[in-house]
Design a binder for this molecule. Sequence first.
Ligand SMILES: Nc1ncnc2c1ncn2[C@@H]1O[C@H](COP(=O)(O)OP(=O)(O)OP(=O)(O)O)[C@@H](O)[C@H]1O
Length: 264
Amino acid sequence: MTTTSSSTEDSPPRLEVSGLTVTFGGLTALDDVSFSVADGETVALIGPNGAGKTTVFNAVCGLVRTRRGRIRVGGAPAPSSATGLLGAGVSRTLQGLGLFDHLTVLENVLVPLTSVRPGGGTSADAVQEVLGTLGLGDLADAPAGTLPYPERKRVALARALVTRPRLLLLDEPAGGLGAGDIDQLAQTVRTVSDGGCAVLLVEHHVDFVMDVADRVVVLDFGHVIACGTPDEVRRDPAVEEAYLGVPVGGAQVEPVETGREQSA
Ligand SMILES: Nc1ncnc2c1ncn2[C@@H]1O[C@H](COP(=O)(O)OP(=O)(O)OP(=O)(O)O)[C@@H](O)[C@H]1O
């Protein structure tokens, strides 16, 4: 199995997570988790429900207290404020999308830009480019709350991309989408990654993960149980037992929704 690290001698990884431990009361949500994401690399975090995937995102964004360990972005300690993260080139989507339903598509997409540059100094080019790329140009004036779910998901992605991030965190980007939308999403992720952005995504849609990820980190009960290329991970017996649920060489890979929770 390959290493969890992706740094080179010359440049630090865009994201470096070392020995990350997060507890909630008596529950250890993450235990000594280490991995990294390089510029231009797409890394997927997978694992059963409750494995700790979203907690990794929350720790990177400073939303949960880290008991032990280190998180660095571009070689520097990760900022803990929203504006600090945006300034460091970090963008994130949320499982629940977090759109402002009463605002238009355009107004939603502008939100992070006004946060980075209070007063509204925005790059019109960046806005038009991202709306066009995601097929939202004709919907710019539509209230976000009136759109079907796939379009709403694209608005959330546009809002994350408009700052031209160097590290993009995608929380279940394929969830709730049909095959055509997932193909488009995969293309967008590839384009973003080819442009040099480091992408870390949490996802249960295993076929999508195997399609877009350069490396896959598998979490179970807060531990990294495997890390490697999609093929390496797919064939790892520990991953099959904990998550994928098919025999070695099995034709179809389906995640197992265990609904497990750790006991305190
Ligand atoms: N704020 C919190 N307070 C207490 N426990 C929490 C909190 N956030 C997460 N947990 C617990 O930490 C563990 C990891 O949760 P997390 O949401 O990171 O898992 P996940 O892998 O993202 O799951 P899913 O795939 O269902 O989204 C779970 O047992 C969860 O109940």
